[in-house]
Write a new protein. Sequence first.
Length: 724
Amino acid sequence: MSEGAIEKLSGSIERVTFHNEASGFCVLKVKAKGQRDLVTVIGSSIAVNPGEYVDCTGVWVTNREYGLQFKADLLRIVMPSTLEGIEKYLGSGLIKGIGPHFAKRLIEAFGSQVLDIIESTPDRLMELSGIGQHRRDTVVEAWQDQKTIREIIVFLQSYGVGTARAVRIYKTYGQQAIAKVRENPYRLALDIRGIGFKTADALAERLGISRHSAMRAEAGLRHVLQESSNDGHCAMSLSQLIKDSVELLEIPEDIILASVEAEQKAGRIIADQIGWEPIVFLAPIYRAEVGVSEHLKRLLQHKTGLTKDIDIQKAIPWVENKTQLKLSSTQKEAIYMALQNKVVIITGGPGVGKTTLVNSILQIIRAKTNNILLCAPTGRAAKRLSDSTGLEAKTLHRLLEFDPTGQGFKRNENNPLETDLIVVDEISMVDIFMMNNLLKAIPDSAALMLVGDVDQLPSVGPGAVLANMIEAETIPLVRLTEIFRQAKASQIVLNAHRVNQGYLPEASSVSTELSDFYFVPADTPELIHQKLVYMVTERIPLRFGFDPIRDIQVLVPMNRGGLGARALNIDLQKRLNPNSKNAVSRFGTTFAEGDKVIQTINNYKKEVFNGDIGFITTIDEEAGILHILFEGRLIEYEMDELDELSLAYATTIHKAQGSEYPAVVIPIATQHYMLLERNLLYTGLTRGKSLVVIVGQKKALGIAVRTLRSSKRLTNLTARLASP
């Protein structure tokens, strides 16, 4: 027995300590061959009962609280063969109508043949006194249900699908699982979280589906378009789509062309064009983009009575007196524009007075109506908006009343929001889907104020909504550029603007007097790594008093590599949380009590969204449960949900959009070359509230400042908005 090495273990299940029927996660006590004491086995299975026999493949691990355990990656359940095992199995409550007492009677009457009798000649059960037709039927029905579940698991495992994924497939498709997978294994990539196209493709090959089949070509085509949308594009050029599909699938171009035509006829993809260039959309993205254009035009066509009684000439000095703030001439012009137009965009970088301007406009409007809604894409952004305005601000999902059961929003064109004005902050983060959902829920009479920084990274989801709206020049725009006196004291603010204008930041050295911005030079990736860990764990906490876990956030350009989020998280976890009592390893990551984690997908049922950061408070491995604190809310996670989380001592700049941290540390090296761009660096700098430290190569910093490739996203929204 060697800890960490892959081994096999077989034996009979003596006791089921814990089993979560929803996730399949289980903790078993197994009487294993070659082991004197019962072995604790942790794994996943849809159904598991005492008396059954298990064949496991996995590793031995030592749990801090529970000692030595066998962690099974693959857990196969085998029917019991001994009389003792069969009795324990039947008496476990698995089969409705059979309890411990009746199980003993069955064994006494039929011996080892009892399972065959239930399966093949169930009428013989009525030979026993006290068993009538009803009880016989109950037993047979329960037996068939269990048999179906077993067949599905065995089928999926025989084609290389692991137990945890098999559980998800069964929970999604139920008793139709085998039929659905055989019919079209590619549906798994669409329906089952954690299964991608390549996994589905490998399964399809094992099932004997031809590499040249139309089913495979169409699924591959959609996969290529989906991958493009994951990079932020709303569409692909037809020529690029064909090229990438041929490369992925390694099949002739004529098959791809036929699949393009078939997918168009089925309505799953939509053909369009930008200028003379043919482009292709996934149908949901096309509908969302058209919807955004149509709803913005609708709102611009209608009038609002919101500001008709406001005398702007008197309102400006009134609000200056009320807030005790002197507005600049640019801000005064912006107030005029915002109060005279139905829809307005307010954009600008840090320190240019966006918050003051929005607050002034809200003060003026609130003198006439309190029917105002404030929102932002994330919980953190909504909290910042609430703190700065003193008014309630909601996330967009909460504002639109997301319904997790129906996977849609209760607020829409048929049930619009009841409001005179909607203010949306951090609009640069909003993708084409969410923008469409928001706009369709805004009534004709309401005004809309969109606030954000167009020079930050665009949304994680598809689209470049804010940039497209500004480029179209059909929506009134306020662009703030003047840095206010208080903000000029911040090197973070000044350097963010320098970077945005294409100049290197001016940094203090570590030895000079206290500043809020530093550049720490390091020539090699190894030295950058070493200095960054030292800065986070020792130097910054000692000099500035920041808590290294709660206050300091490492922001990186990418996940992979020695300076990527994954590698840095492992090292920072070892340094910052080495003595945690409880830990659990799932999906390639070890999570421990006290760890800082980040949600990586939207979970609407939990109301925890992509980019939300939390802290693990408790891990109960026996019960298969973790509790994580997100912004004051304690959320429960099951073990099979941990692939929704990553460690968050370090995270990507993309994931940090809409968030602000007391201190930010950014590694920068030429190995990040493909991702070194001005708006990436600018977004990273503007996440730091009180301190920003860049650790790395000056050459890499120069590349980032000069590079404006800013992956121009392929969308057609600008042209749609500009057209009559």
